[in-house]
Design a protein around this ligand. Structure first.
Ligand SMILES: CC(=O)SCCNC(=O)CCNC(=O)[C@H](O)C(C)(C)COP(=O)(O)OP(=O)(O)OC[C@H]1O[C@@H](n2cnc3c(N)ncnc32)[C@H](O)[C@@H]1OP(=O)(O)O
Length: 415
């Protein structure tokens, strides 16, 4: 029997969610509560499934998102998520079919990029995605930091306050908007994101909810500049010494002072001997905020945000460049959606990009351009790996002066 790939109807949503649970190896049952909870945040015209008879055997969904480009522009993005194919139906091209349909629809809609978090590294490169932002998680050995536990409060006139979930839902979104508009690689959050963050709604497979602690930093003028959510385990040593670990669920700050104050606060709570930071930017201020940076040990370092440029011209014009240069890029895209030869004229005051017949300076696959886009990767490094071809000697170095950024992009969210 042939497999039908199509968008689903609302009445098929419970069966589709069961297929998601199956693909992600969660218990393959879905409660009415979950269906009711997620329905309003699911665009069924962008929710695809593959059906074998009446059974859903593959799932794929995209939703409207904004991605912050270098310089702060909010790019219309199609965020891809809930990608599964049941173990009985893998390696028959179902993912490729659903992806091709969604990418074409997103391009048609006018989205500039597609984004996703890849479960496994080898899956998405073939579709033009490239890893564009990475994360690092640290574990801080609090007793080795060199921070003075007798001075836990910010020394800058600001203050730390514990708040409850209601206040987080009220003030968090505005704080996050300020943060993401200045953070290349950050993505927009919807209302459901805040519901999940504060326990009003639950992600599939996330286990029983326990209420975290929430603390905010307010500057001397009273403005909220930072928010942290953390949970603490209950672990005591045999000799009755406290050995608790605080695990950060999220820490967002719009000033270095807020960042410093919140880490200092976490490292000064009695009984806590370890702080696990959660996903931070690889060049986070954190280790260097500690008198002894070696107290922070890297526990995870991994690609997180994958980007697939849909519209090269608009993507290149939307970001900023620190210097003036012209570069002709021959961008290969096997899908036929986004490739071509483009001339980028960049200046610090703005950039223009247009199709061209001029000889290329660099030839590269779309996925490599997507990897370079947020400034986190070096064209010189990709050229050394044979993944970017220099048609004009020195063109990779020119690309690096244009694309690379002083601070690394960061996407704190998993979606
Ligand atoms: C954004 C997100 O939601 S990430 C979550 C992704 N989902 C998962 O990891 C859940 C478990 N895995 C799965 O459900 C499936 O294996 C999927 C979705 C990853 C792949 O679905 P499939 O329908 O098997 O993929 P499809 O048959 O279209 O494969 C296309 C190509 O990708 C390759 N491929 C697919 N999955 C993988 C993988 N995990 N690792 C390496 N290569 C892969 C296939 O071999 C095939 O290569 P080919 O064209 O050279 O033959």
């Amino acid at each position: 029997m042939s497999l039908e790939v199509r968008t689903i109807t609302e009445s098929e949503f419970p069966e589709w969610l069961r297929a998601v649970a199956t693909g992600f190896l969660y218990a393959p049952v879905v409660s009415d509560e979950e269906v009711a909870d997620r329905g309003p945040y699911t665009d069924f015209s962008r929710t695809r499934g593959a059906f074998d008879g009446g059974r859903c055997v593959a799932t794929f969904r995209s939703f409207a998102q904004e991605l912050t480009a270098v310089g702060g522009a909010a790019l219309p993005a199609a965020a891809v998520t809930n990608v599964t194919v049941s173990p009985t139906h893998r390696r028959r091209g179902l993912l490729s079919r659903m992806m091709a349909e969604d990418l074409a629809a997103s391009k048609e809609r006018g989205d500039v990029v597609s984004t996703l978090n890849a479960a496994e590294y080898p899956i998405y490169g073939r579709y033009g995605f490239g890893p564009a932002a990475w994360i690092t998680d640290w574990e801080i050995d609090v007793l080795r930091t060199g921070l003075d536990p007798h001075r836990p409060l910010p020394g800058d006139g600001g203050r730390i306050d514990l708040v409850d979930a209601d206040e987080v839902r009220k003030a968090g979104p505005e704080l996050y908007e300020r943060f993401r508009r200045r953070q290349p690689g950050a993505v927009s959050r919807n209302e459901r994101w805040w519901q999940v963050f504060t326990g009003q709604s639950h992600l599939m497979g996330s286990g029983a909810w326990t209420e975290p602690f929430y603390a905010v930093y307010r500057s001397a003028s009273g403005e909220m500049e930072g928010l942290v959510s953390y949970k603490v385990d209950d672990h005591w040593g045999d000799a009755k010494q406290p050995l608790n670990t605080a695990t950060v669920q999220g820490l967002i700050a719009v000033s270095p002072a807020a960042e410093r104050a919140l880490w200092q606060y976490l490292c000064s709570i009695d009984w806590i001997v370890k702080v696990r930071t959660g996903h931070r930017a690889p060049d986070d201020l954190l280790p260097l905020l500690l008198p002894d940076p070696r107290a922070a040990r890297v526990v995870t370092h991994a690609d997180t945000l994958w980007v697939r440029i849909l519209d090269v011209l608009r993507a290149l014009e939307a970001r900023t460049y620190p210097t003036s240069a012209t570069l002709v890029l021959d961008v290969r895209d096997a899908s036929g959606l986004s490739g071509g030869r483009f001339r980028l004229d960049a200046t610090p005051d703005g950039a223009s990009c247009a199709p061209t017949t001029r000889t290329a300076d660099l030839t590269l696959e779309l996925g490599e351009l997507s990897t370079l886009y947020l400034g986190d990767e070096s064209a010189t490094r990709l050229a050394a790996l044979g993944r970017v071809t220099e048609e004009t000697p020195g063109a990779a170095a020119v690309a690096d002066t244009l694309f690379r950024t002083a601070r690394r992009p960061w996407c704190p969210d998993v979606f």
